[in-house]
Design a protein around this ligand. Structure first.
Ligand code: KIV
Length: 277
């Protein structure tokens, strides 16, 4: 059965209105061809700062810059017409002050024609979210495991276990009250994700959270099996394109060395036949 395809891109208000409804579908994308493949199938497409690890070989998302985000955001924009584009704000582009956050969010929105930005943080980012939303910038929040804070979190651990649960609930409520139109819950216990989903009025988007979230997101290269440096427990591989690609590259190398590629159908005659290109 194929998923229902959208014909027009939703606005943040449409995403908000999906609270408790048909689950929201989303993936990351970093390039035009990948964006074209998911256009209309995903409700929104995130140009995640995961681009740094997935496409640029960085050890974490901390080294991702505004320039990288803008370049990939423009590429994804060219591939989308029926899914909303959400731009991640990279580390260092919004934490210093509300003014800095607005300046950089406005650049991301203007350069990529995105529908919204996403930033990491809960209670501590509520003022920033409120500042942006009240000045015309829709914000998706991201709480739980926030990879930009990996150096203070001490690793890619599950967040919100035991006594930490109350703080995560407070984060979710704070970003909702500040005006975020949705919140990503990353790597939190399923039962806690369910509680947050019930207690906040905005859609929860799970990644390593719960099937009962209002939507799900995955890094596209993870779910396609293209990024294989490591695999988080919450990643399901829906395809194994990395293995296919490696096999194809090996087959190509063998054919080149055996002089069986290029074959005659891949080469050109000296006299061009009329229909030849
Ligand atoms: O950068 C990213 O890809 C993300 C998703 C994993 C939510 O933030």
């Amino acid at each position: 059965m194929s998923a229902t395809a959208r014909k027009t891109a939703p606005m943040p208000q449409d995403i908000l209105a999906r609270k408790g409804g048909v689950p929201l579908v989303s993936l990351t994308a970093y390039t035009t061809p990948m964006a074209e493949m998911m256009d209309g199938i995903c409700d929104f497409v995130l140009v995640g700062d995961s681009v740094g690890m997935v496409l640029h070989g960085l050890p974490s998302t901390v080294g991702v810059t505004m320039d990288m985000m803008i370049m990939h955001g423009k590429a994804v924009r060219r591939g989308l017409s029926a899914s909303m584009l959400v731009m991640d704000m990279p580390f260092g582009s919004y934490e210093e002050s509300t003014e800095q956050a607005f300046r950089n969010a406005a650049i991301l929105m203007a350069e990529t024609n995105a529908g919204a930005v996403k930033l990491e943080g809960g209670v501590g980012m509520a003022d920033t979210i409120n500042f942006l939303v009240s000045r015309g910038i829709p914000v998706m929040a991201h709480i739980g495991l926030t990879p930009q804070s990996i150096n203070t979190l001490g690793g890619y651990k599950v967040q919100g276990r035991g006594e930490e649960a109350a703080a995560l609930i407070a984060d979710a409520k704070a970003v909702a009250e500040a005006g975020a139109f949705a919140v990503v819950l990353e790597k939190v216990p399923a039962v806690l994700a369910d509680q947050i989903t019930q207690e906040v009025a905005i859609p929860t988007i799970g990644i390593g959270a719960s099937v009962n979230c209002d939507g799900q997101i995955l890094v596209v290269d993870d779910m396609l099996g293209l990024f294989t440096a490591f695999k988080a427990k919450f990643v399901k591989r829906f395809a194994h394109l990395g293995e296919d690609a490696r096999g194809a590259i090996e087959a190509y190398a063998q054919e080149v060395q055996a002089r069986s590629f290029p074959a005659s159908e891949h080469t050109f005659a000296a006299d061009a036949p009329k229909a030849s290109k």
